[in-house]
Write a protein that binds this ligand. Structure first.
Ligand SMILES: NC(=O)c1ccc[n+]([C@@H]2O[C@H](COP(=O)([O-])OP(=O)(O)OC[C@H]3O[C@@H](n4cnc5c(N)ncnc54)[C@H](OP(=O)(O)O)[C@@H]3O)[C@@H](O)[C@H]2O)c1
Length: 248
């Protein structure tokens, strides 16, 4: 079913993609809830080979991302995104409260002058495998369990939950989202597809190879058409479609 959401003339709306946000608002309060988002082209790219990505998605998708931030307790990014894009990770395009900002930076690559470390009253947290030293601008180091040469995503989620951050947005980049997906640490995935074919470039989600498509993730998905042509796929990773094939 395609849900067409109406935006106002400036791209704003009272309740775009209402069902997608209702699912986050209704998440159980006694356990963590993880939503990941990725914006990409029709051919599954998030940037050109040179790394140029601004902008694949259009205004409505950007507003959707800010609205997602306003619905969670903490927004989580890999340090690669901070190095590449220097995002603020605030909700400045929508009404609401900016979530805590969490950077996964096991190897201490986080630039000291990163915009996400600006002291605006919002918590700034770095996740590592060890607790020392605390870099300038960072309020707190949280320690997660090491696994497979990195930090275990489930440990990251549990660590943040224990620190009071229940609803998490894994905002990117592709590598971070892929690792969380691979470890079954995502409840909901929002893929925002722009009607654009780049034809080469940086891929989005990448998981270990599978031999047959029966082994692919096939989440129950709702589709929303945004006003300026991008499409939101709201995927429930906790509900899988049955393996029966449908021939068209
Ligand atoms: N299209 C979108 O929606 C979107 C959103 C955000 C970003 N982006 C794009 O994505 C690109 C950056 O993405 P990326 O995939 O290169 O990098 P990334 O996912 O932002 O960061 C990856 C890095 O974060 C650290 N990391 C992440 N998860 C970890 C874990 N579980 N354990 C240990 N370390 C972990 C590692 O740092 P170390 O290498 O230091 O170990 C890893 O190399 C940029 O071009 C940005 O524009 C796109």
């Amino acid at each position: 079913m395609l849900h067409s959401d109406s935006y106002g003339s400036e791209g704003g709306s009272d309740q775009p993609c209402e069902a997608a946000f209702a699912a986050i608002a209704a998440a159980p309060t006694d356990r963590p809830f993880v939503v990941a988002q990725l914006g990409q082209s029709l051919d599954g790219r998030i940037a050109t080979l040179s790394g140029h990505s601004r902008y694949i998605n259009r205004f409505a998708a950007l507003e959707h991302l800010h609205r997602l931030r306003a619905h969670v307790d903490a927004v989580v990014v890999g340090v690669g995104t901070v190095v590449a894009d220097d995002p603020q990770l605030t909700v400045r395009r929508v009404k609401g409260r900016s979530p805590a900002r969490v950077i996964i930076d096991a190897n201490g690559r986080l630039p000291q002058d990163a915009k996400c470390l600006v002291d605006d009253g919002v918590a700034r947290i770095v996740l590592r495998a060890t607790s020392r030293p605390v870099p300038p601008g960072v309020q707190e180091i949280l320690v997660a369990t090491a696994a497979d040469g990195g930090l275990c995503p489930r440990s990251i989620v549990e660590t943040l939950f224990a620190a009071g951050y229940r609803r998490l947005l894994i905002e990117g980049g592709a590598r971070t989202i892929s690792i969380f997906l691979q470890h079954g640490a995502v409840d909901r995935l929002h893929v925002l597809v722009a009607p654009m074919i780049i034809g080469s470039g940086v891929p989005g989600i990448e998981l270990p190879p599978i031999a047959v498509v029966d082994d692919a993730l096939r989440p129950v998905t709702r589709v929303h058409l945004l006003a300026d042509g991008d499409v939101l796929f709201d995927c429930d990773l906790r509900l899988a479609v049955s393996g029966e094939s449908e021939h068209v």
